[in-house]
Structure formats: structure tokens, C-alpha cells
Design a protein around this ligand. Structure first.
Ligand code: URA
Ligand code: SF4
Length: 248
């Protein structure tokens, strides 16, 4: 399972738990390989099982509206579920089914390495914050084993109850600001300065006065050729610096 595509193929053939026998299609998840945000739901419902795609029924329509309300689209994010096959009659996934399926989600998280994981509902929230009630932890950023987790109530709950809908909308509205902060944290401390310097420096070679911009470049490891100023020359402003994910 070295790529998300390979993982999806494995999921479509998986028979590791009883849910495989009732599925029309497995629903591995979808989104760009470099998505900044990973949404994790519970499991496929009727429409998802029919189409083999996550969140394409009523809850999915609501999720798309929520994304639109913060200026995002579903094409920009990765959407996955705790279990990849539909539980019969949309019952809750059983603990042994979640356990059998967890290797796929674990690998999706590793491969994506998302800036932020948004857990939708109590099952995906419990994966990171076991024993904690969603109504208490929702709408607050947590760091769990080095991952940023932001729990939100499940969109399907928002379709059933107006007060849940309001809570979900309130939490969603926090996402853009949260992402800005996380992006700044993830960027090297001097990145902003480098981009400014790059704007004034291009297309000419960096002048000696720009040297302080390179001070934060890590020292070369033993055996590595020391980087010359030309190597560390920052890329043009519309390209992300090496090692950084593409932003929206
Ligand atoms: N609900 C979920 O939790 N996941 C889906 O993919 C669709 C509805
Ligand atoms: Fe395999 Fe997960 Fe589907 Fe169970 S739910 S059969 S573990 S892919």
C-alpha cells in the first residue's frame, strides 16, 4: 500500500471483516494526494455503497455546502471513513469491524500526512480521543500523537436536528483561521522573509545583503555537499518551497 491508489485497490478486494459480504462497492475514500485536510466520517451509506464514493448522499450534500461556506470545495480535501464498506441498514460499525478496517485509515493518514484531520462524528473522534464525548470536544483543536485533530459533529446529525446544524456550522466557520495558523506553524520561520526577499531579488542573483535570509537553512548533514547560495535561492513566490505542501 505504497500509494493511495494502491490502497484503494486493496480495499476494493478486501474481505477482512463481515461487512464485505453486504457491499455493492467498497468506498476507500477520495481526494488529492496532497490534500491539506482529511475529513473522516463513519462509514458508507446507501448512496456511497452504490457509487463507491464517500459522502455523496444527503450528508454529503450538507458537507459540500459547509465546505462552500468557507470557500472550499470537496475536490480540495480528502474524504475517508472509519469503515470502507456499508454496515447493513446503516447500523453503527462494530468494534471488530472498525479494528479490521483501521489499517487502511492508518495508511491513508501516513500517506497524506495532512495538516489537519477533521473527525466527523463520534466514531472517528473516538479513534483519536477515546472515551471523550463529541459534544464536549467538538470545535476545539487537539494535538494527538503529533496530529492536529479538529472534531465536529456528524453532518447527518445536523440534518436531523437544527441545534446540531448550528453547532456544525459554527465549528466549520473556525476552519479557515485554524488552517492559516497551522500553515504558518508548518512553514519554516524565515519563509515569509524569504518570499519577500525573493520578490525583490528575482530575476537577479541574491545580493550579499540577502544573506540573512539563508541563516535558517539547516546545516548540511555529514557527507552532504554544503549548499551554495544558488542552491538555497528561494523559488519564485508562486511555487511552494521544497518540503512544503501546496496550499489551496
Ligand atoms: N456518512 C458517513 O459517515 N460517511 C459517508 O461516506 C457518508 C455518510
Ligand atoms: Fe475490509 Fe474494511 Fe470492508 Fe471490512 S469494512 S471488508 S475491513 S475494507
Amino acid at each position: 500500500m505504497d500509494t493511495l491508489a494502491e490502497l484503494a485497490r486493496r480495499v476494493s478486494l478486501c474481505t477482512a471483516c463481515p461487512l464485505h459480504s453486504g457491499r455493492v462497492n467498497a468506498v476507500p475514500g477520495e481526494g488529492p494526494d496532497d490534500a491539506e485536510v482529511l475529513f473522516i466520517g463513519e462509514g458508507p451509506g446507501y448512496h456511497e455503497d452504490r457509487q463507491g464514493r464517500p459522502f455523496v448522499g444527503p450528508a454529503g450534500n450538507f458537507l459540500e455546502d459547509l465546505l462552500q461556506s468557507i470557500g472550499m470545495t470537496r475536490e480540495q480535501v480528502y474524504i475517508a471513513n472509519m469503515v470502507k464498506c456499508r454496515p447493513p441498514n446503516n447500523r453503527d460499525p462494530a468494534p471488530d469491524e472498525i479494528a479490521a478496517c483501521s489499517k487502511y485509515l492508518d495508511r491513508q493518514i501516513e500517506l497524506l500526512n495532512p495538516l489537519l484531520i477533521v473527525t466527523l462524528g463520534r466514531f472517528s473522534t473516538a479513534r483519536f480521543l477515546p472515551g471523550q464525548s463529541i459534544s464536549r470536544v467538538r470545535g476545539r483543536l487537539r494535538s494527538v500523537n503529533g496530529r492536529h485533530i479538529f472534531p465536529i459533529m456528524h453532518p447527518a446529525a445536523g440534518l436531523r436536528r437544527q441545534e446540531m446544524r448550528a453547532a456544525i456550522e459554527e465549528d466549520f466557520a473556525k476552519l479557515p483561521g485554524l488552517l492559516d495558523v497551522l500553515r504558518m506553524q508548518a512553514a519554516p520561520p524565515s519563509a515569509a522573509g524569504r518570499i519577500q526577499d525573493a520578490q525583490s531579488a528575482y530575476p537577479t542573483e541574491p545580493a550579499p545583503s540577502l544573506q540573512p535570509a539563508f541563516q535558517d537553512t539547516p546545516a548540511p548533514a555529514a557527507g552532504e555537499t554544503p549548499a551554495t547560495p544558488a542552491d538555497t535561492n528561494p523559488p519564485p513566490p508562486d511555487e511552494p518551497p521544497p518540503g512544503q505542501q501546496r496550499l489551496f
